[in-house]
Design a protein around this ligand. Structure first.
Ligand code: FE2
Length: 287
């Protein structure tokens, strides 16, 4: 039997998480699990991640890997919660070191910037064994510098690169983002055979059901590629113009602070509580 893919949609952040399983060997990989977080109260919970954990337990699977496609800026990963309950190793692209370097400086957090919070860092073309199969890592930077897509058996888990063909592509205005690089990453993804499936990290449906598992043939008609007439500079212009209109993601500060540390929550302070930082930008003209 070939691998199976189960998709789980997180309404609050529009995120797709996945379980891949090898039914013969009873092993599983989780991709991009989400922690539930209520920004106004600071409440952390795991309804979404627990669905994945329950599925794995009910099907008597052993978790091998938790793959992160990148350090997300719009949701917090549940990688450590998953690891605590199921074991497995947390994996991300080696570009995380650069992301850690930038954001540990931004948040003034004293932390190693060598990726050591993760169990394994993937490099270009590296293969990750999974039962009778393997994942192959393809760097797909542009949205972030550490973005990595993972291919297995005609399936590509593409993180924030393409969104649904009707919706477009990922923003490139975060530190380390680069619309030129994103265009090259998109071209790489559509160079795979037409029947390969692209599994999205997000979908933001407007009046339709959330979708994922888009064949490469359909993604070639992505609205941003069409608007750009498949021209790199035109794509960059469209992307840059659109990025200038986008609001800062609601969960960016908690997400980035935690995700660069493989989603390990900060240590409790002397009063037993955990805290995150919130940068303030004071307008000098209105002091
Ligand atoms: Fe992202």
């Amino acid at each position: 039997m070939s691998i199976k893919i189960k998709s789980f949609y997180h309404d609050d952040t529009g995120t797709w998480s996945y379980i891949l399983l090898d039914p013969d060997q009873k092993i599983a990989t989780i991709i991009d699990p989400v922690m539930d977080f209520d920004l106004s109260s600071g409440k952390v919970s795991y309804q979404s991640a627990n669905q994945l954990i329950d599925y794995i337990k009910q099907n008597s699977l052993t978790l091998q890997w938790v793959l992160e496609t990148h350090a997300h800026a719009d949701h917090i990963s549940a990688a450590q919660h998953i690891k605590h309950h199921l074991g497995g190793q947390v994996v991300i692209g080696e570009g995380i070191k650069e992301v850690q370097s930038h954001f540990s400086d931004f948040f003034n957090i004293d932390m190693p910037i060598d990726g050591s919070q993760f169990d394994r860092l993937m490099t270009k073309g590296e293969k990750l064994p999974f039962g009778s199969y393997h994942f192959t890592a393809y760097p797909t930077p542009g949205h972030t510098n550490d973005s990595m897509s993972y291919e297995i058996e005609g399936n590509l888990f593409i993180g924030d690169t393409f969104f649904h063909p009707d919706t477009g592509t990922a923003r490139c205005d975060f530190p380390g983002g680069d619309a030129y690089k994103l265009y090259d990453s998109l071209q790489l993804l559509i160079s795979f055979p037409d029947d390969y499936k692209l599994w999205l990290c997000h979908d933001y449906p407007d009046g339709r059901n959330a979708e994922t598992g888009i064949p490469v043939a359909d993604m070639k008609h992505n609205v941003h590629l069409q608007q750009a007439n498949n021209n790199k500079q035109q794509f960059v212009d469209i992307r840059t113009k659109r990025d200038a209109t986008l609001a800062v993601p609601r969960l960016i500060y908690p997400s980035v602070q935690l995700n660069i540390r493989a989603a390990q929550l900060p240590c409790s302070e002397s009063n037993g509580r955990k805290y995150l930082k919130l940068p303030l930008f004071v307008d000098k003209d209105n002091r």
